[in-house]
Design a protein around this ligand. Structure first.
Ligand SMILES: Cc1ncc(COP(=O)(O)O)c(C=O)c1O
Length: 463
């Protein structure tokens, strides 16, 4: 019988532990974003001293392969030489002046090259701002108020978007957040993901009030759940019929699952085709739809605070200073973030996407085989190169199903991997991330750790 592994660093002597206590004295919960507190897996979070390539080193000098990659941005791994050197060069020329710089235009052009429907792009600093602004724009453009989102999809922490918002909220076992006025929450309708019937019914009842539908480019905040065939095409058709905007939130998937994000992979845009074989697990059946607005974050800033929204000029020009929808930001499009993003995208070549897709596919196949050997019920949710584990014998298609899996099995698996030098996301509802720096050596180490971790998960008992 395998005992459940606890965090060995959580002793009073460990630097991680001391630093966490020190932090908790001045920072609520000791962290600046809730999932970092390890609440879902217990124990003490590792305080990270440095990262290089696929590896991070914590304050106890333990090295681990990083499968969080800053929650997605680090598609080239930590401290990529060219990204760092360009950021250093930009820093030498001043951190920010709150005036236009050429790099902003170059980055906008790179985004438009990859996702041509983004004729115009506006930069902000976080994914939260990007979705918040896209929604305001959809409301300003349609002159309507109601927004539809799907349960388990996370779009950042602005007031109207916290209903059934997936990972961070699910980890705290909350349906939503306190502090959101009912009037604001009431402007958002939350429907089950992958449920075309519910969406159609909602449009039939409220179609004239609906400003937009926001959906993740493949859900990845309730575990990874790809859209069922036809779901996104139906969203597009319903939005067109009723005059609402389709907002594709590619903050997590954008420029990560393919050169043109989830949309590119799903529609087989020229830019995206390079990365995958047609029959690769995780590649969706081809569909043909074009969202009105896209939100980007994470990879687009290469690890720096940068996000963006983009769409057709006709809609984007509704933003100030040309249009009546206000949006601004002191540090929006600052030189350090834009050069980090531009250099990251320029280095995120076809080979990078192909490598990550292949590595992810090999790892998923191995995990599946090993779980079958020991009879552990496991479904791997895959969306392109993104994946996560659901402890269930059935495929998972929505948030309700994700929450009813054997989530308790993740904690021992997480710690077993942690103690085997593999840093996984500290929540079962988060995707596992790879980068171009995760090479054969790292894959071998991860695979060596998998069998014991799966056995620990299999031995876990519900509390
Ligand atoms: C799909 C999606 N949208 C929006 C956000 C919010 O981005 P940020 O944390 O940069 O505000 C996230 C963050 O994880 C996300 O995954």
């Amino acid at each position: 019988m395998h005992t459940q592994i606890k965090d060995p660093s959580a002793t009073s002597q460990s630097h991680n532990s001391l630093l966490f206590h020190q932090a908790a004295n001045v920072i609520p919960g000791g962290v600046n974003s809730p999932v970092r507190a390890f609440g879902a897996v217990g124990g003490t979070p590792a305080f990270i001293k440095s990262g290089k390539g696929a590896w991070i080193i914590d304050e106890d000098n333990t090295q681990r392969i990083d499968m969080v990659c800053s929650w997605g941005p680090l598609i080239l791994g930590h401290a990529h030489e060219e990204v760092i050197s360009k950021v250093k060069y930009a820093a030498d020329n001043g951190l920010s002046c709150g005036a236009p710089t050429q790099t902003e235009t170059l980055l906008a052009e790179e985004i438009r090259r990859r996702v041509p429907v983004c004729e115009k792009v506006r930069f902000v600093s976080t994914g939260t701002e990007a979705t918040m602004t896209a929604i305001r724009l959809a409301r300003g453009y349609t002159k309507r108020n109601i927004l539809i989102k799907f349960s388990g999809c996370y779009h950042g922490h602005s007031d109207g978007l916290l209903g059934e918002a997936g990972s961070g909220i699910a980890t705290g076992a909350l349906p939503s957040s306190a502090g959101v006025p009912e009037d604001i929450a009431g402007q958002t309708i939350v429907l089950p993901y992958n449920d075309t019937e519910a969406l159609t019914e909602c449009f039939e009842k409220r179609g004239d009030d609906i400003a937009g539908v926001i959906v993740e480019g493949a859900a990845a905040n309730m575990g990874v759940i790809a859209p069922l065939p036809g779901f996104y095409t139906s969203i597009r058709q319903l939005c067109t019929t009723y005059g609402a905007l389709m907002i594709m939130d590619e903050v997590l998937t954008g420029f990560r699952v393919s050169p043109a994000g989830w949309w590119g992979l799903h529609t087989r845009s020229n830019e995206a085709r390079v990365a995958y074989e047609e029959n690769m697990p995780g590649i969706p059946q081809q569909e043909d739809y074009t969202p009105d607005l896209f939100c980007f974050g994470k990879v687009v800033g290469g690890g720096m605070p940068l996000a963006a929204l983009g769409g057709r000029s006709e809609i984007m020009d509704f933003l100030a200073p040309l249009g009546p929808v206000y949006q601004a930001g002191t540090l929006s499009g600052n030189p350090l973030s834009t050069i980090a993003g531009l250099t990251t995208l320029r280095n995120a070549t076809d080979d990078v996407y192909r490598h990550i897709a292949l590595t992810s596919s090999q790892l998923c196949t191995y995990i599946k085989e090993e779980s079958e050997k020991i009879g552990l019920p496991l479904h791997i949710g895959q969306a392109g190169s993104l994946f996560s584990l659901f402890f269930s014998d059935k495929p998972v298609t929505n948030y309700k199903e994700a929450k009813t899996c054997d989530t308790f099995r993740y904690t021992p698996l997480f710690w077993q991997m942690f103690n085997s030098h593999v840093y996984l996301p500290p929540s079962v509802f988060e995707a596992w991330f790879l980068s171009s720096a995760h090479k054969e050596k790292e894959l071998d180490i991860i695979c060596d750790a998998i069998p014991n971790a799966l056995r620990a998960a299999a031995d876990a008992q519900a509390q």
